[in-house]
Design a protein around this ligand. Structure first.
Ligand code: IPM
Ligand code: MG
Length: 364
């Protein structure tokens, strides 16, 4: 089969990690005979510098005409002035909104080989395997009003956390569908003891639950969830939550997998059901890591595992996805590590070397 993939490397380490993702995709193409036609575009600070906007309408249009998008990272000190007219992150938010990518899947899995690489107790993190379903196009990130203004008593700023029942329903459905394919247990995270938007969230979650009697639903407050994540992470399987809570909880949860450098993500434009593929954007959950830029030391595994998610969710190639995941596991088993997951007695390698090793194992 032939596929067209939009590739948006972005800023900082973005181009370095995306190059390794592409390397692995090429290896998949060679082994499987599928053709991947890549179309490159600009996003973030790099787009601000060259096109005066964090995401041009042309780039968005180009992405719409593809089967999936591979994204690196955006942002960096060069564009960090709080008074700047446009920020790199706006490019990422615009593409999420513009492509209707409301469902962000973030799997958190502790590879047995990395149990020693975490600074948490091995007994706590061993066997951790959960998936966050983060709502991605609503809540505080997009709610209006959103602005700073001057009053007679000084400056004020407002952000708005707003959700419609339709927005809640479709994301909760993604949670239930995913729970059905896993442990049949869904935890819905909210702050219903304080927030109106959370009370609606909880109500809608209970209504959608009627359609999924085979899955158990538990509500958990976000503060309590952040504690449970560290106290007993194996308790959690599929977690569905709104945009900001999901952003914060997944950075916290990444430590359960040893490093942010291990966590991939899929942002989908629909509810994934068995046998269907859905347009999506695939990216590591980590940022542009300016301090690591150009050093060939950043961990490319989060991006490579994002390529696996792309093969599975958007291209309908589960066998190929599995072969990328197995390649990652076998390279870890062989003892190769980037700096962030390094432990005693292992072989330290750079970004490109890690990509070469994994690409070499694909389908083999
Ligand atoms: C993420 C990032 C983004 C977010 C930033 C870069 C806008 O932190 O994907 O988790 O907050 O969603
Ligand atoms: Mg984040």
């Amino acid at each position: 089969m032939k596929f067209t993939i939009a590739v948006l490397p972005g800023d900082g380490v973005g181009p370095e990690i995306v190059a390794e993702g592409v390397k692995v995709l090429r290896a998949v193409g060679k082994k499987s005979g599928h053709e991947f036609n890549l179309k490159y575009g600009l996003i973030g600070g790099t787009a601000i510098d060259k096109e005066s906007t964090a995401l041009s309408p042309e780039t968005l249009k180009m992405c719409k005409a593809t089967d999936a998008v591979l994204h690196g990272a955006v942002g960096g000190p060069k564009w960090d002035d709080p008074q700047a007219k446009v920020r790199p992150e706006e490019g990422l938010l615009a593409i999420r909104k513009g492509l209707g990518l409301f469902a962000n899947l973030r799997p958190v899995k502790m590879f047995p080989e990395l149990v020693d690489a975490t600074n948490l107790k091995p007994d706590v993190v061993r066997g951790v395997d959960m998936v966050f379903v983060r709502e991605l196009t609503g809540g505080l990130y997009f709610g209006r009003p959103k602005r700073q203004y001057v009053t007679s008593r000084g400056r004020r700023a407002v952000d708005t956390m707003a959700y419609s029942e339709q927005e809640i329903e479709r994301i909760v459905r993604v949670g239930f569908e995913l729970a059905r394919t896993r442990g049949k247990k869904l935890v819905s995270v909210d702050k219903a003891n304080v927030l109106e938007s959370s009370r609606l969230w909880r109500q809608v979650a209970m209504e959608v639950h009627q359609h999924y009697p085979d899955v158990t639903l538990e509500h958990m407050l976000v503060d309590s969830c952040s504690m449970r994540l560290i106290q007993n992470p194996r308790y959690l399987d599929v977690i569905v939550t709104e945009n900001t809570f999901g952003d914060i909880l997944t950075d916290e949860a990444s430590m359960l997998a040893g490093s942010m450098g291990m966590l991939p993500s899929a942002s989908l434009a629909g509810v994934p059901r068995a046998g269907e593929h859905i347009f999506g954007l695939f990216e590591p959950i980590h940022g542009s890591a300016p301090a690591h830029t150009g050093k060939n030391d950043i961990n490319p595994i989060a991006t490579i595992l994002s390529v696996a998610m792309m093969l599975r969710y958007s291209l309908g190639l589960p066998k190929e996805a599995q072969s990328v995941e197995s390649a990652v596991e076998s390279v870890l088993r062989a003892g190769y590590r980037t700096y962030d997951i390094m432990s005693e007695g292992k072989a330290k390698v750079g970004t490109r070397e890690m990509g070469d090793l994994i690409a070499g194992k694909v389908g083999g």
